[in-house]
Design a protein around this ligand. Structure first.
Ligand code: 13P
Length: 250
């Protein structure tokens, strides 16, 4: 059974409500005939508008983070129930910008994963090494650790609801893409780790792993041709309909 490709845009802190409506209206015709799953992850304030604008289309909507508690004294946070209530389907967890700037750890990533899955959200889990870690030769160790801790306590049945995004931190927003071979090799390491944690067939058939980091209209087809790469998590190139459309039609 082939793994269905999945391309997701991570808008980060871009696009107010008006810009969201505009970009979605441009995207709808461009991605209508996509053969892959299409997701856009927007800031919290744009989610309701995105869900409304994407109704009846093949574009799925995701958030960029979620808290693990159901409710309570967590100023500034958003619960999984709140996202579900809006009609949101996906959520990015553990993005390197959250890990670097906002104190996200492997343990908090695991807590967020469990809460999101328990409420029926689909998770895009981000893992990836920093430049220092790559240069120290510990990329495999880092992505294995991140993967193992993220999935601690998560049942086999949930695997269909999780997508992993391998995003080498040094390739994000820098214009430096991992070579397609390097990306493929590290994704193979992550898949092997999932085979150990669950089963070889689960990892082979049910775990989709994206590449992210300066993926764009020009390099998407080469990356997507690699056997281990099942999709992309796109930052900058997801902010223009024409560029995102080209990635979608890798
Ligand atoms: P860029 O595509 O802008 O490098 O961002 C990648 C990313 O962080 C997606 O989550």
């Amino acid at each position: 059974m082939a793994r269905k490709p999945i391309i997701a845009g991570n808008w980060k802190m871009n696009n107010n409500i008006a810009a969201t409506r505009q970009l979605v209206s441009e995207l709808i015709p461009v991605v209508a005939d996509a053969v892959c799953d299409v997701v856009i992850c927007t800031p919290y304030t744009s989610l309701a508008a995105a869900v409304e604008a994407c109704k009846g289309t093949n574009i799925h909507v995701g958030a960029e983070n979620v808290h693990w508690a159901e409710k309570g004294a967590f100023t500034g946070e958003i619960s999984a129930d709140m996202l579900v209530e809006l009609g949101v389907e996906y959520v990015i967890i553990g993005h390197s910008e959250r890990r670097t700037y906002f104190g996200e750890t492997d343990l908090t990533v695991n807590k967020r994963m469990k809460a999101a899955l328990a409420k029926g959200l689909k998770v895009i889990l981000c893992v990836g090494e920093t430049l220092e870690e790559r240069e120290a030769g510990i990329t495999a160790e880092v992505v294995r650790r991140q993967t193992k801790i993220a999935f601690a306590g998560i049942d086999n049945e949930e695997l269909d609801n999780v997508v992993i995004a391998y995003e080498p931190v040094w390739a994000i927003g820098t214009g430096k893409t991992a070579t397609s071979q390097d990306a493929n090799d590290t994704i193979a390491i992550i898949r092997a780790c999932m085979a150990e944690l669950y089963c070889p067939r689960c990892a082979e058939e049910r775990v989709r792993i994206q590449y992210g980091g300066s993926m764009n209209a020009k390099n998407a087809s080469e990356l997507m041709a690699m056997p281990q790469i099942d999709g992309g998590l796109i930052g900058g190139a997801s902010l223009k309909a024409e560029d995102f459309g080209k990635v979608i039609h890798f």
